[in-house]
Write a protein that binds this ligand. Structure first.
Ligand code: 4NP
Length: 155
């Protein structure tokens, strides 16, 4: 079982988009049974709230349902539980490392660092460009899975 946690600030836009894009992608690749996928925020500002409607609409346009998701803040227990903690921005990586400690450094990455265009995934809460967020996140998820499948095919 490979356990993956996506992290952003509020857990109502980017990280839930990543969670549900990933769930669809592993379903399509026929590898869903090997994964546990979840998401959380570095802040508790949106705790308990559903996915932000424009983010939900962006997923829905792609046939992805995220209706049961409620925002939660990352907890210390997540550090040991998850194998990969994939963050939207570099400062989320730094927050997660502060929470989890340097010993978990190997599992904490910025999602887009798996692509050939490493960058912070812009917050659509501010940019209002949910389609761009979707594209960036989808590219990151696909690159992460390609990387993982390449690694496991050589072991
Ligand atoms: P997210 O977006 O980190 O992608 O979930 C945000 C959601 C809420 C806020 C900021 C960003 N906020 O300031 O409440």
């Amino acid at each position: 079982m490979i356990r993956v946690l996506f992290v952003c600030l509020g857990n109502i836009c980017r990280s839930p988009m990543a969670e549900f894009i990933m769930k669809k992608e592993i379903e399509e690749r026929g590898i869903a049974a090997s994964f546990e996928v979840a998401s959380a925020g570095t802040s508790d500002e949106e705790e308990g709230n559903p996915v932000y409607p424009p983010a939900r609409a962006e997923l829905s346009r792609r046939g992805i349902d995220c209706s049961g998701k409620r925002a939660r803040k990352i907890a210390r227990a997540d550090c040991a539980h998850f194998d990969y903690i994939l963050c939207m921005e570099d400062w989320h990586v730094r927050s997660v490392l502060r929470l989890c400690g340097e010993k978990e450094k190997e599992k904490v990455h910025r999602l887009s660092d798996y692509t050939d265009r490493p960058h912070d995934i812009a917050d659509p809460w501010y940019t209002r460009d949910f389609a761009a967020a979707y594209g960036d996140i989808r590219a990151g998820v696909a690159a992460f899975l390609d990387n993982l499948q390449e690694k496991t095919s050589h072991t």
